[in-house]
Design a protein around this ligand. Sequence first.
Ligand code: NAI
Ligand code: MG
Length: 502
Amino acid sequence: MSSLTISLTAPNGRKYDQPTGLFINNEWVASSKSNKITSINPTDESEIASVHAAEPEDVDKAVAAARAAFNDPSWRDMASSDRGDLMYKLSQLVEANKELLATIETWDNGKPYQVALNEDLAEVAGCLKYYAGYADKIHGQVIDTTPAKLAYTIREPVGVCGQIIPWNYPLAMAAWKLGPALACGNTVVIKAAEQTPLSILVFANLIKEAGFPPGVVNVINGHGRVAGAAMAQHMDIDKVAFTGSTATGKEIMKMASVNMKNITLETGGKSPLIVFDDADLEQAVRWSHVGIMSNMGQICTATSRILVQETIYDKFVEAFKKQVSEVSKVGDPFSDETFQGPQVTKAQYDRVLSYIEAGKQDGATLALGGEAYKNVGDGKGFFVTPTVFTHVKSSMRVFREEVFGPFVVVVSFKDEAEALKQANDTTYGLGSAIFTKDIVKAHRVARKIEAGMVWINSSQDSDFRIPFGGVKQSGIGRELGEAGLAAYSNTKAVHVNLGTWL
Ligand code: NAI
Ligand code: MG
């Protein structure tokens, strides 16, 4: 075994070979300095492994590989159906290795194994397969003007794409970005988040196994302010796609201006979920629980502000507390009983606890939870009890700021106008949800909500066939669905003179 692979045994007993290097040109290479990123198991705070952290000069190497691959006829001139075949092969390899990849995801991120396997990995394989099908269906138009002119458009890849992904859905976020980028014929340098560096390195081996030419997909780990910033500012990267915090998104936008990169940003949220008094209360309660408490609340679209009509407020709060207490079982993410594992890192755990203090200080009522949870294993790990604040006002920090944890505020409203005012009283505009049995009201409110996505009578049921993205400070551009292709292709117009003779 090379020095850039180590043997590991996961907590569920699964043994595997973990690459630790940088994946450039389909080869494992060491970083140019000896800096490492150490991956921590958030369940017991133990060290899992250390991997190479890319420096700016390593980013240069990865970009050079991606540029050479972009210009190489073996990729550039490949038949689009053959490109689709490679992507389909990759999706099948993910499917075949899903238990291993889900194991690493759970170990490194802390998400329940059943979720990693049945939701995250299903999404990765499904999304790659979906975009594999698009590879040979991306084409331009003939535009009729006069008989003296033939005008047509060509959909071209953008070029070398830098993709910077977060830790909450490590492989799924990679798939959301790789799928459309590859379908459109781009080449890629993708950087994982330093909190979850492991699964994408195992995935990288599958890219080679699927038969992608060297340099088409380069996978690196690295610190955001070093490797991520080097990507955002790189003069030979044509596009940067980012998912993460709004603050970092703004920095990336500035850095990307050096060569006027094409950008796609998917950032934060404080998504509202509105429950009208004519809703099916039981369904509203169940979906609002899923909407904020899934994935330890670490979801950009989490419906973290529940707005309930005052006539049913008390009834809703009681039923919601009961649902959280009964369903949000906190524990070891490898146990099938567990609904909620640890927060991903100490920093995220501290962040959630600090917002619990902020809620108390600002005078909200702590209705449930509100403390660290120490009853897993020997008391270590970044566990937090699911937390519910009621009687929250729109001026409070817990109403305005993204917490990114199992933490929700429940607010009351009088009528539809006030519900909309509260829902839109935010700098964000990512997800939103409406519960009502009145279809006219549902569609009316859906149009007036300032958000990229609206769920009517559900929450978080995103789908890779449906566009995903935000308005306001929740981002720029769309991922997923057919709309996702627009982010990875340029339209070239060709004008052919058929008879305007001078
Ligand atoms: P972050 O936005 O700083 O990190 C996300 C990615 O950006 C990582 O790959 C990181 O290495 C990279 N990055 C960081 N600084 C960079 C820079 N200056 N230039 C280029 N790349 C850079 O988010 P972080 O610190 O992990 O989490 C903080 C908060 O962000 C969370 O509490 C949550 O509110 C939000 N967040 C939102 C996510 C989403 O899905 N929209 C995902 C992760 C975090
Ligand atoms: Mg970790």
